[in-house]
Design a protein around this ligand. Structure first.
Ligand code: ZN
Length: 132
């Protein structure tokens, strides 16, 4: 079951520069910054109410996020939906023919996560996350 929007992720060229911009525009402050080498990014989480904005900066020039910014510029990268059971959700989507990037859940910043391919969701990358 989908519970809520957990976070919206924005891909940026520089985390420090972007945090400065969002801080001066909206007063946003990162609660947490982390480097995720397996995803090729440095990420910052900005809490807003019971949701978050995630900012990601590529650290791997050959990685997916660097390529995303090259192709489409900085901007919204994905939307994350919180689910109550990530295993069930991924299995159910696969059974209905939805194209998945992750067939098995893996550890991410938002908990146990799995990505749905944007080919199945109108060009929008969707992350599903179960809090741990
Ligand atoms: Zn995310």
């Amino acid at each position: 079951m989908i519970k809520r929007v957990d976070h919206i992720c924005i891909a940026v060229k520089s985390l420090d520069e972007a945090l400065g911009v969002f801080n001066s525009v909206f007063g946003f402050k990162a609660s947490h910054t982390e480097t995720l080498p397996d995803q090729g990014v440095k990420a910052a989480l900005v809490p807003i109410g019971d949701g978050e904005i995630e900012l990601i900066e590529p650290i791997d020039p050959e990685g997916g996020v660097a390529k995303f910014i090259e192709r489409r510029g900085e901007g919204v990268h994905h939307i994350c939906l919180e689910v109550d059971n990530i295993d069930e959700e991924l299995k159910s989507l696969a059974a209905r023919g939805v194209e998945l990037i992750d067939k098995q859940p893996r550890k991410g910043l938002a908990g146990m996560i799995g990505f749905v391919h944007p080919r199945s969701t109108k060009g929008v990358l969707i992350e599903l996350a179960q809090k741990v």
